[in-house]
Design a protein around this ligand. Structure first.
Ligand code: 9UX
Length: 72
């Protein structure tokens, strides 16, 4: 089963950041789809919770120097 999660993301200041964060997310095993929006400082991922948790997704993004927090 695939879940969709929305998150806020901080620390993105240019379009290259968006590509960077999307690249990070798409490389995480268990993440099936990732889109990030600079204008709204937000993003969305489809992920398999049997492979990856929200906490692990947040950790991967924060390891790259950004801040991330799922909405719920
Ligand atoms: Mo843009 Mo983002 O120059 O980490 S790539 S600020």
């Amino acid at each position: 089963k695939i879940l969709t999660g929305q998150f806020r993301i901080g620390g993105m200041t240019c379009a290259a950041c968006v590509n960077s964060v999307e690249g990070i997310l798409r490389k995480i095993p268990g993440v099936k789809r990732a889109v990030v929006a600079l204008a709204t400082s937000s993003g969305e991922v489809d992920y398999d919770p049997s492979i990856i948790s929200k906490d692990d997704i947040v950790s991967a993004v924060e390891d790259a120097g950004f801040e991330a927090a799922f909405l719920r």
